[in-house]
Write a protein that binds this ligand. Structure first.
Ligand code: ZN
Length: 343
């Protein structure tokens, strides 16, 4: 029996399907805190206090890695390509959900039984085109009644509550960001705010940071906060001497990469220390950021950017793991930081 109860809103958000290009409509989640619009690229934008001149943009991408149907064979097997960074190795033996016009169609990515595999096949890394989805039909025409070319495919819902305040699910990247942003907007003291806040659940991050790029150019903020997951390095297969030391449960992770403002990092560190909020700093292993931050910085006219990350194990797999205390630390830190802004 697990001792923790996961927040219902977080559980619900984790179980939405939100592939890049067909993002889930999160308007209902943001609708009770400000005025919400969906733009034509799929961003869901909530604005608060728009009479104020200073605009803070808080962004979390709302899309998840996925696949798209490319071909349906005469036998009814479904072939696909990646829509975002999916590792073919992670797909074998998985349950997937096809988001079709007929509703959600469950399938599995099959694999050759080990009994009949030749020795050399064990050493072979599968290519995406070697894999196919079986939805249980007998032929192509039955499959085509349910599924069509272009349909989006996501990992099936599989939320689990683990020990030690941790959860595992598909799409933690970046559903936890969606949840954190919704909580920040709910919790900030709107009566006392000196600034205007735009909360953007952005589209199409996993296929090239497109939604954030459009949103930042339209909103023209003076300051940006980006919320996303980052690679946790606390598993036996990752070397901390190469990739740094980023641990679940050690707090919200603040990247020190160049696109983040040195001044804002110092400010949030002071706020975290004064408020006893757990945080950790790290230098991402790639000079180029792997999230929306560089796009937001450059296309936001070079204004100050701060990124808050939730450490996540097994990123871009169907069994990502994060720690709920890190999520709560990110919410507390962001709320205190925003309430401290005076212009
Ligand atoms: Zn992400």
């Amino acid at each position: 029996m697990h001792k923790i109860n996961i927040d219902t809103d977080l559980a619900n958000i984790l179980q939405t399907h939100s592939p890049s290009g067909q993002e889930y409509d999160y308007s209902s989640i943001l609708g009770n805190v400000g005025s919400v619009v969906k733009d034509s690229i799929g961003n869901c934008i909530c604005s608060i206090n728009t009479s104020k001149n200073f605009r803070l943009l808080i962004e979390a991408h709302a899309d998840e890695i996925s696949l798209r149907v490319i071909y349906i064979s005469d036998d009814g097997y479904i072939f696909f390509r990646q829509n975002g960074g999916v590792d073919p190795l992670q797909l074998i033996g998985q349950s997937v959900t096809i988001l079709s016009d007929s509703g959600e169609i469950t399938g599995v990515v099959g694999c050759k039984p080990m009994h009949i595999k030749r020795a050399e096949e064990y050493a072979k890394v599968p290519l995406i085109e070697d894999l196919f989805i079986d939805i249980g039909v007998c032929n192509g025409s039955s499959a085509k009644q349910l599924v069509k070319v272009g349909d989006y495919v996501v990992f099936s819902n599989n939320l689990k509550i683990l020990n030690n305040n941790r959860i595992s699910s598909k799409g933690i990247d970046n559903k936890v960001g969606v949840y954190i942003l919704s909580r920040i907007l709910k919790q900030i003291n709107k009566d006392d705010l000196d600034i205007c806040v735009y909360g953007v659940l952005s589209s199409q991050e996993e296929i090239g940071c497109r939604g954030a790029n459009v949103a930042v150019q339209n909103i023209k903020p003076q300051m940006i906060m980006c919320i996303d997951t980052c690679v946790a390095t606390d598993t036996p297969d990752i070397s901390s001497n190469i990739l740094g030391d980023i641990r679940l449960g050690r707090g919200v992770a603040i990247p020190l990469s160049t696109e983040n403002s040195v001044r804002l990092i110092k400010e949030v560190e002071i706020i975290a220390k004064n408020g006893n909020i757990k945080y950790q700093t790290f230098l991402p292993h790639s000079v180029l950021g792997r999230n929306n931050t560089p796009t937001l910085q450059i296309n936001g006219g070079g204004c100050e950017v701060l990124t808050l990350c939730i450490p996540c194990r097994y990123l871009h797999s169907s069994v990502e793991i994060c720690d709920i205390s890190d999520i709560n630390a990110a919410i507390s830190l962001a709320v205190r930081f925003i309430e401290s802004l005076r212009v």
